[in-house]
Write a protein that binds this ligand. Structure first.
Ligand code: ADP
Ligand code: TZP
Ligand code: MG
Length: 240
């Protein structure tokens, strides 16, 4: 939660971490986008997640799902599939998470939140999931894949060391929510741009880092310092 909130703040967004059902119906309509992350899922928290997605749909707010470790257990997979039925605007996961959602089965080789698949292993799964769910589906990895079920683009910014920092995936999904909030009519483009911008911040942060801890700090500073010229010069998104 700390990194997610600070990534959003450094990018100019305003995060609010809310999980109790008593305030979700009142607060969700005040947001520009809802972000549901199942990382620390519990049976007590699931009703609030489902309610928030329903309220976002009812008041026509975009919402984004991060199906953290979707293939790790039956409970978690069912929760993610139930949330998927509420038609998120965007789903962003790593290769293993998107494969688990596509297959609809627990991954016996699951490493929890970490992926045992490359993003490129999940292109067909992502396209099919996008077609069946109506969501934009993004698969993170060395090349971030984004598809609406028809178009497929790759965002090629980023550094491998981002994988060594917990919540970088959660954070890029939050940034996707922030970018979709800016222009809900173009979620495909917003998703690809957010992934590219986050990866570019990782590249800039890495140039001054000595390891994952300093990259984590430099990443936040790099996002805060990014300007339009740098993004336009270094963003690397192309058709696949
Ligand atoms: N091998 C890699 N090279 C460059 N960037 C990467 C690589 N692997 C992951 N990333 C980037 O790290 C961030 C987190 O992605 P990932 O580790 O796949 O998500 P998760 O933490 O949900 O498993 C994303 O911005 C992604 O683009
Ligand atoms: C390790 C872990 N376990 C439950 S949530 C979480 C963080 C996962 O974050 P990310 O998917 O961004 O690596
Ligand atoms: Mg993740």
């Amino acid at each position: 939660m700390d990194l997610v909130a600070n990534v959003l703040l450094s990018a100019g967004a305003s995060p609010a971490m809310i999980s109790c059902v008593e305030e979700i119906p009142e607060f969700t309509p005040k947001t520009h986008a809802l972000y549901i992350n199942v990382g620390t899922l519990t049976a007590d928290r699931l009703p609030g997640m489902m309610m928030a997605a329903q309220v976002a749909n009812d008041c026509n707010k975009p919402w984004v799902l991060d199906p953290v470790a979707a293939g790790a257990s039956g409970f978690r997979l069912r929760a993610c599939l139930d949330l998927l039925k509420l038609r998120p605007t965007v789903v962003r996961g790593n290769g293993s998470e998107i494969m688990a959602l596509f297959k609809g089965s627990v991954d016996e080789n699951s490493k929890g939140a970490d992926s045992t698949h490359e993003s490129t292993d999940a292109v067909a799964a992502a396209k099919s999931l996008a077609q069946s769910s109506g969501s934009i589906v993004a698969v993170s990895g060395a090349v971030d894949i984004v598809t609406d079920g028809q178009r497929v683009v790759g965002a090629k910014n980023g550094v491998a060391m981002l994988q060594k920092i917990t919540a970088t995936g959660c954070s890029v999904t939050a940034l996707i929510a922030a970018f979709v909030a800016i222009d809900p009519s173009q979620p495909f483009e917003a998703t690809a741009t957010a992934l590219s911008v986050f990866g570019l911040a990782g590249e800039i942060g890495m140039s001054k880092a000595n390891g994952p801890a300093s990259l984590r700090t430099n990443l936040i500073d790099a996002l805060h310092g990014l300007d339009r010229t740098t993004v336009l010069q270094h963003a690397n998104v192309s058709n696949i």
